[in-house]
Design a protein around this ligand. Structure first.
Ligand code: PMP
Length: 450
């Protein structure tokens, strides 16, 4: 049976955006619920009309250098469905005001819209809305943990454990903390196929380790780390865990409560949402104990020159005017992803990944980095005799967008002893035909570079 593409995402363009917090909010009581529900799961890739889903993404219709665009850079940033673009547009056209500062109608609408998105995200990820700090993205979220949780607690002799496959956003903040506290950084190594060596990781969880920072999914290798198991082991040893969910949340059902971490960071722009949006989920006890990261408006309840009373979490960590329209768009992105179904998205991307891997292996002379048994749809590769940037430039001339470089993961590339790779990263809106176009373009580029 073919399912129609997506049911919810198109808001009435003449009316308020979907997350405008109206009393007739089409998401009804679920959107207003304070208590989360488990993320839905179930339908497989075969029940979704992926051709129609793709039509929801206006940018994918454009051409590049006279060729139809083949966008294979979704690990870098995702494309946006019309529902998200319209939600942002609708907010600015009909509801724009600042949050939590005005009693007038627009101020109330803006605040409700912003908070509705927090609730939508909380429902999507199975956490409490009041444990979700909205911020500009993963980089901010991890820095918030570094400066508010780690900096006041860690001292000389303590250790921060990070994996070899981390993005710089999950390395550099810990180095900054280590420099200021005297703590040291220890690296959990990987196997050549790109999986975490779990025995070595367990052995590395020594009593000095106070914090473990690990990616849910690697942005270079695509490896899906067993974060539930890792966090359980860490918790048994009293180690606080920070999971970087940037590459997981857009591509698979994520249930943060089930993972059992202490902190979970993610970014909105990779999950069909606007840039400059994202969140940090943290256990309530941490949020209560942590001092604010930034001071200013919104994060206080009372200020005098004798002192300041801070607002309750999560607002305590949301100083200043947030990216209100962006979060309205992110709420629409959550609705959109739920409409397609995260289980269906995961299954679809697994099919596309299998196709791309098989096709690349068939080309010959292609080295793929990352062959983990559980892998998301990210393929880093090199072609014998060709530099990654030259390859990416020639692919671009054929309309194919891939990323080349070090993917903000220098230590990982150092492990493989290469200066750069090309990375083709897929999303559910890609097609099997696009993979064929990519392979044909790669073969052409290879001939030119030979
Ligand atoms: N971690 C991972 C695994 C990522 O892929 C990225 C984005 N490339 C980040 C962190 C940083 O995300 P942002 O730039 O949105 O803060």
């Amino acid at each position: 049976m073919q399912m129609t593409s997506v049911t919810a995402p198109h808001p009435d363009p003449s009316g308020p955006a979907q997350h405008a917090g109206r009393s007739d909010d089409p998401r009804g009581s679920a959107a207003q619920a304070d208590h989360p529900h488990p993320p839905h799961a179930g339908e497989g890739a075969g029940r979704v009309d992926w051709t129609r889903v793709r039509e929801d993404f206006p940018l994918l219709r454009r051409e590049v250098h006279g060729k139809p665009l083949v966008y294979l850079d979704s690990a870098n940033t995702g494309q946006k469905p019309a529902a998200v673009i319209e939600a942002v547009d609708g907010f600015y056209r009909s509801h724009n005001a600042n949050v939590s500062r005005a009693v007038h109608a627009l101020g109330t609408e803006a605040t409700e819209a912003y908070e509705a998105s927090r609730k939508a995200l909380a429902r999507f990820l199975n956490v409490r809305a009041d444990e979700l700090v909205l911020c500009s993205g993963t980089t901010f979220a991890i820095n918030l943990v570094a400066y508010s949780w780690a900096l006041p607690r860690l001292k000389a002799g303590d250790t921060i454990l990070v994996s070899r496959m981390e993005h710089h956003a999950n390395i550099v903040p810990w180095q900054l903390v280590a420099q200021r506290t005297g703590a040291t950084i220890k690296v959990a190594e990987i196997t050549p196929e790109g999986t975490l060596d779990l025995d070595a990781l367990r052995r590395a969880m020594t009593p000095e380790v106070k914090l473990l920072a690990v990616a849910h999914v690697s942005n270079v290798l695509g490896t899906v780390n067993p974060v539930r198991e890792i966090c359980r082991e860490a918790r048994r040893r009293g180690i606080v865990t920070v999971v970087d969910g940037s590459q997981a949340v857009p591509h698979r059902p994520v249930d943060i409560a089930a993972i059992g971490c202490d902190f979970y960071a993610f970014t909105g722009h990779k999950m069909c949402g606007p840039t400059g949006t994202g969140a940090l989920w943290a256990r309530r006890e941490h949020l209560q104990a942590m001092p604010p990261f930034l001071g200013g408006g919104e994060m206080i309840t009372e200020v005098s020159f004798d002192g300041t009373v801070f607002n309750d979490p999560p607002h305590k960590f949301e100083a200043g005017t947030p990216n209100i329209a962006g979060f309205v768009g992110l709420g629409a992105a959550v609705d959109y992803l739920e409409g397609v179904g995260m289980a269906a998205i995961e299954a679809r991307e697994a099919e596309l990944l299998a196709h791309m891997t098989q096709a690349l292996d068939a080309v010959g002379g292609v080295r793929i980095f990352g062959r983990a048994p559980e892998k998301a749809a990210v393929v880093s590769f090199l072609v014998e005799g060709a530099h990654a940037h030259d390859l990416a430039t020639l692919l671009d001339l054929e309309g194919v967008a891939v990323r080349s470089g070090q993917h903000c993961a220098h230590p990982l590339l150092q492990f493989y002893g290469v200066a750069a790779t090309c990375r083709a990263s897929l999303a559910f809106y890609n097609t099997h035909e696009e993979i064929e176009t990519f392979i044909a373009a790669l073969q052409k580029a290879r001939r030119l570079l030979a």
